[in-house]
Design a protein around this ligand. Structure first.
Ligand code: SF4
Length: 383
């Protein structure tokens, strides 16, 4: 099996009580069956607590969060009392591995760190260089997927590699990179749909002259802030009327909505545009690059069984746009710059809801389709 991991993943260490947030609050924490069985066997007062503060929901066992939404085993220094009392090897699988996750496509395994962890984001955002990756081969892991045809496998693999290279092209602005990236993904989708190889597309998108042709094409729509706000509001309405209970994000959105009341969309767009323009600097560009590369690495192949690259692309763009709008709104409302800690907090909270809820991606996709926001031109209008 081939393995690809961001180099930075090797340097990750949980910062425990120094963490500005905690991953042991605000969402369900599952306990795998083997650990649940072990917890049932623990004797004494701690064993009684383990049984009292865990519950079965459907076929899964969870920690029962307290009224503040915290894991009952998280102490007042934000340290885990299961870890402290029983030892690190007695933690459940989720608690042991977070924020490490994997994605498997055929004989390719992608290792990544979730952006739901603020320390992961801090590691990425502090890196001034482009994200680099390590590749390795192992015979230890069994291939769980079906064997794909080599042409298909190559198209997916090239989509991942070339897509990341396009997003890391620092000769272009972030919007320009995204326009080229969106064009590239649609070309690769056409190759998959026609069952054609992708060599011509890859050599085309390896040529920087092609980028200026794409970017100067009259058919490329201008960025449309009003459309961006429309997408942002649509997604937020859906998140907050559904199961997103994140009070930090909700507070920002509520303030924005109050401010929005009675305002003309053009007036608001120009205010928000000003706020977005003031964010244009090297530091934010670098962070956006890391975010987009992370999203590409994590998601662009996620619908490979359906041979679909455009749905993951739509979700990537929706995630990026929502984050961008949260930052712009926060800056506009408070007339101030947002420091990196605040940007990290907003992004990790968004990631928790967006990436770690089973249905969010399909709900976002349906909403975008329903409101004609998922086609290539709409995606280009919002980036
Ligand atoms: S969110 Fe990350 S740094 Fe914070 S406690 Fe969890 S794993 Fe550690």
């Amino acid at each position: 099996m081939n393995i690809i991991s961001p180099v930075i993943a090797d340097t990750f260490e949980c910062v425990g009580s120094e963490c500005p947030d905690t991953c042991c609050a605000g969402w369900g924490i599952t306990i795998d069956p083997k650990t649940a069985k072990y917890y049932d066997s623990v004797s004494g007062e701690f064993g009684d607590r383990l049984r009292e503060y865990t519950k079965e929901v459907g076929h899964k066992r969870f920690f029962t969060l307290n009224e503040e939404g915290r894991c009952p085993f998280l102490n007042d220094r934000n340290l885990c009392s299961v870890y402290l009392t029983l030892g690190p090897d007695k933690m459940g699988y989720t608690c042991k591995v977070f924020p490490r996750h994997t994605f498997v496509m055929d004989d390719l395994l992608l290792n990544y760190l979730s952006f739901a962890c603020p320390e992961t984001i801090r590691l990425y955002f502090s890196d001034e260089e482009s994200m680099t990756f390590l590749t390795s081969v192992t015979n230890e892991l069994k291939n769980t997927g079906t064997k794909m045809r080599p042409e298909e496998y190559n198209t997916f693999l090239h989509t991942l590699i070339t897509g990341i290279e396009l997003l890391q092209n620092r000769d272009l602005s972030i919007r320009e990179r995204l326009i080229v990236f969106i064009s590239f993904i649609y070309s690769q989708q056409a190759n998959l749909d026609q069952d054609a190889g992708d060599r011509a597309t890859i050599s085309l998108f390896s040529d920087p002259k092609v980028y200026s042709q794409i970017l100067n094409d009259d058919n490329i729509p201008d960025m449309d802030v009003a459309f961006r706000i429309k997408m942002f509001r649509l997604l937020c309405e859906s998140f907050f009327s559904g199961n997103c209970k994140d009070h930090k994000l909700l507070k920002i959105y509520k303030e924005f909505n109050q401010y929005f009341q009675g305002k003309d969309i053009r007036e608001l767009s120009s205010e928000l545009c000003g706020s977005m323009d003031s964010m244009k600097n090297k530091e934010i560009d670098r962070e956006m690059e890391h975010l987009l590369v992370y999203l590409c690495f994590r998601y662009i192949l996620s619908d490979y069984t359906k041979k679909d690259l455009t749905r993951p692309l739509g979700n990537m763009i929706a995630f990026y746009t929502t984050y961008l709008c949260f930052l712009a709104v926060e800056m506009m409302m408070n007339s101030k710059k947002i420091d990196m800690d605040r940007r990290i907090l907003i992004l990790s909270r968004l990631s928790r809801y967006y990436e770690h809820n089973a249905n969010t991606f399909s709900e976002v996709h349906s909403l975008m389709e329903q409101h004609n926001m998922s086609d290539v031109f709409s995606l280009m209008r919002v980036v």
